[in-house]
Design a protein around this ligand. Structure first.
Ligand code: SF4
Length: 84
């Protein structure tokens, strides 16, 4: 049986970013190694690549949910509107 919540996450196009406090725990990089990395010049972490594959989307979602400081947010990418 397909998990409805996972299907909802991977079917949408979210943009992730670290906007809150970051203690440098490295959990986000551990969970989504292709998408998070330490920010050079600081002790915090940043999104270095937005998720593309369903696997990356799932991993970024988990990183957001498990960040101990709730510093990772997501926004849904706007769909271009066609002019008629
Ligand atoms: S999981 Fe959160 S607190 Fe930990 S390094 Fe990533 S952004 Fe920072």
């Amino acid at each position: 049986m397909i998990n409805e919540a996972i299907l909802d996450i991977v079917s949408k196009d979210f943009i992730y970013s670290v906007v809150g406090k970051c203690n440098g725990c490295q959990l986000c990089e551990y969970l989504a190694v292709s998408n998070f990395a330490r920010d050079r010049g600081s002790s915090g972490f940043q999104v270095v690549r937005q998720p593309v594959t369903w696997e990356e989307k799932e991993q970024c979602q988990e990183a957001m949910e498990r960040c101990p400081l709730h510093g990772i947010v997501r926004t849904e990418r706007a769909t271009p509107q066609c002019e008629s």
